[in-house]
Design a protein around this ligand. Structure first.
Ligand code: NZQ
Ligand code: ZN
Length: 385
């Protein structure tokens, strides 16, 4: 196992009917900006409960944070934070609203040009303050409710933003708030969480037994509860297990002391940016093809994944790896998510655009060892047709 530090300050408030606890969780004197997306939280009654939970505090609302939150939209909220002297941000929504709120938290006190904050990749932002933030998570997928990362869409690309100052102070995870999700978003969430685990688990072995078994536990849980959630949208236990799986997949805990890959995400972000597909759709396309091209490199962990997650124990090593890749693709498709670029109407010639974008964004040495260059990324994209 590799050396590591682990500190996650987010207070998780998990379970049914807990929005009234906002009254204890948010500082009494706070002036709160409540941020949300295109209106799902208004339609399903969550917003009303949040506003009630905030009691007599001064509250301003900001709506319209779109999926894949846009820099220009977020800067409008930054203006409100500044002009209204907001001192607490409450995100109510999915990954896009939570991520957008993190960016606003960093940008509002920032003295320089806010676009500078998009230029640091996975390095921590050079900031010494951020507006305190918290979340009410309505979509189990990204783990944003318990991590310090955000992904912001800008004309120059879909760009990561990281800072320990951006951990939510608390996150309310009430599985009943996810009952209203359309099935496509449920499937997206299962796949996003699944691939978050894979990016931290299917690399090379470092004898990290706890992390490996936790990763396998989350994957097996997602395989079980994903289909149940789709079939029974109001099954509380399935929703609860899905929600905690998604948070656990990317709150840092399974990722300590192990190598990380993130190549599927980096290529996937370019697909979303260029073609507008959902984040999880991009991952469902890239992950199986990436493994097909890179299976020799990942052989040991792929065999472990095949055996422990899919119970594949018969056949040669190559056959077992191939079967695990096929079963992963079949799992994504069973959730109703297509796994081929061609199924999204993308022409073969467009691979060049993706490669160009990867190059522009410096994504030329991806993977757990940094050996994945643009030639390999091209092979993966060609395979993904
Ligand atoms: O905008 P509203 O009207 O709220 O509707 C949303 C949106 O249309 C809807 N929705 C959310 N909760 C709902 C609901 N509809 C009904 N009932 C509910 N309870 O779902 C749609 C998608 O929401 P979005 O927030 O975009 O989805 P998701 O949570 O998948 O977030 C995706 C974003 O997160 C980033 C992605 O790149 C993408 O921008 N990621 C963030 C990460 C992080 N912070 O650590 C890691 C991930 O890998 C990912 O990159
Ligand atoms: Zn993701």
């Amino acid at each position: 196992m590799m050396n590591f530090n682990y500190h996650n300050p987010t207070h998780i408030v998990f379970g049914k009917d807990r929005l009234h606890e906002l009254n204890q969780l948010v500082p009494e004197s706070a002036k709160v900006l409540v941020l949300y997306g295109g209106g799902s939280v208004r339609r399903n009654g969550t917003l009303e409960k949040v506003l009630t939970g905030l009691g007599n505090r001064k509250v301003v609302e900001f709506d319209g944070i779109e999926p894949n939150p846009q820099f220009n939209t977020l800067m409008k909220a930054v203006e409100i934070v500044r002009s209204e002297n907001i001192d607490f941000l409450l995100a109510v929504g999915g990954g896009s609203v939570m991520d957008g709120t993190k960016f606003i938290a960093a940008a509002a006190p920032y003295q320089g040009n806010a676009t500078d904050l998009l230029k640091h990749g996975f390095e921590w932002l050079p900031i010494d303050s951020a507006v305190p933030l918290a979340t009410v998570a309505t979509l189990p997928a990204t783990g944003s409710e318990m991590n310090m990362g955000a992904v912001i869409s800008h004309e120059s690309g879909k760009l990561p933003v990281m800072s320990p100052l951006l951990y939510p102070q608390f996150s309310i995870l009430d599985p009943t708030l996810t009952f209203s999700l359309p099935s496509v978003q449920v499937a997206n969430g299962v796949i996003d969480a699944f691939v978050h685990v894979l990016e931290q688990y299917v690399t090379y072995p470092v004898d990290a037994q706890v992390q490996d078994r936790m990763a396998e536990g989350i994957l097996k849980t997602l395989i079980e509860v994903g289909p149940v959630t789709l079939a029974e949208p109001e099954n509380y236990d399935a929703r609860a297990n899905l929600m905690w799986s998604a948070t656990s997949a990317l709150n840092g805990y399974i990722g300590v002391g192990v190598p990380h890959d993130w190549s599927t995400h980096m290529i996937g972000h370019e697909l979303t940016d260029l073609f507008g597909m959902d984040h999880a759709q991009s991952l469902a396309i890239i992950q199986p093809s990436l493994w097909k091209i890179r299976k020799a490199k990942k052989q040991e962990k792929l065999l472990q994944y095949a055996e422990r997650v899919w119970n594949i124990s018969e056949g040669t090593e190559d056959e077992r790896v191939d079967q695990a890749i096929d079963m992963t693709r079949a799992f994504f498709e069973s959730l109703g998510v297509k796994t081929r670029l061609s199924q999204y109407g993308i022409e073969p010639g467009e691979v060049d655009r993706v490669i160009h974008a990867l190059q522009e964004h410096g994504m030329t040495a991806l993977s757990e060892t940094g050996d994945m260059d643009l030639t390999i990324s091209r092979q993966i994209l060609v395979d993904a047709y």
